[in-house]
Design a protein around this ligand. Structure first.
Ligand code: PXP
Length: 251
């Protein structure tokens, strides 16, 4: 689906605001406010807002999610673990989209992709319940044939490809090829394809150039860069690099 006013083939930018909440929570007050960051991201050209309600609530809180759904005009993509608790929260809040991610309490961030193949029977009812509620489900998976085929069999309309291994590889051509082949396979199976994790100014162009991608979700780098340039400038620069990558101008 192309957002109103966007050209067909527009690569959407979802801004992940989790780490605004990380900074807020470091002092336990209400500054900086992630909802204010979502409004600022919208004004700077973001196409969507992404927020991960972790089981340990280390950054976003239940109240943040409720406010984001109520108060922002952009679609909210709720990242969530495949648990009954998170399903109930998603159904109560009805975000535009829900991206199911693996979650381990000891991890610093989402470290691997979801095992869509191995957890097929757990994921199937979850994907169905979210879909029946009109929430667009995406599964965060590694660029692997087995996982992508399982996502399609699960009936999820969207997958998000894990770009972490590419992002941390210092530009590995093999990792980029894995992403390209995975995106082509997924699109061929009728899935909408998103990508994210570890993206920044240096690597976003090559990923944006993958023609099947419809959306990138980017958080940590943007919030970190905002310390130096402000959030709006960081988002505008990311947007420019995505557009250059799409236009084949990436270095
Ligand atoms: N996509 C998914 C599914 C994620 O879990 C994350 C991290 O929360 C991101 C994208 C954004 O990753 P980063 O913060 O490294 O840009």
């Amino acid at each position: 689906m192309t957002a109103p006013g966007r050209a067909p083939g527009h690569l959407r930018l979802g801004v992940n605001i989790d780490h605004v909440a990380t900074i807020r929570n470091a002092r336990g007050g209400d500054h900086p406010c992630p909802i204010r960051a979502a409004h600022a991201a919208a004004a700077a050209g973001a196409d969507g807002i992404t927020a991960h309600l972790r089981e340990d609530r280390r950054h976003m809180t239940d109240a943040d999610i409720a406010r984001l759904v109520r108060e922002i005009a952009l679609p909210l993509n709720l990242e969530m673990a495949a648990t009954h608790e998170m399903l109930a929260i998603a159904l109560a809040n009805r975000p535009h989209a829900a991206c199911i991610v693996p979650e381990r309490r000891a991890e610093r961030t989402t470290e691997g992709g979801l095992d869509a193949a191995g957890q097929f029977n757990t994921l199937k009812p979850l994907v169905e319940r979210l879909g029946e509620a009109g929430i667009r489900v995406s599964l965060f998976v590694a660029p692997e044939v087995r996982q992508i085929e399982a996502a399609a069999r699960l009936g999820a309309p969207v997958i998000e490809l894990h770009t972490g291994p590419y992002a941390h590889s210092d530009g590995s051509v093999d990792e980029l090829c894995r992403l390209r082949e995975a995106a082509a396979l997924a699109a061929g199976l009728g899935l909408e394809v998103h990508a994210g994790h570890g993206l920044g100014f240096a690597n976003v162009g090559a990923v944006a150039a993958i023609p099947e991608l419809a959306e990138l979700n980017i958080g940590h780098f943007l919030i970190g860069e905002a310390v130096f340039t402000g959030l709006a400038a960081a988002i505008r620069e990311m947007r420019a690099r995505m557009d250059a990558g799409r236009a084949g101008l990436a270095a």
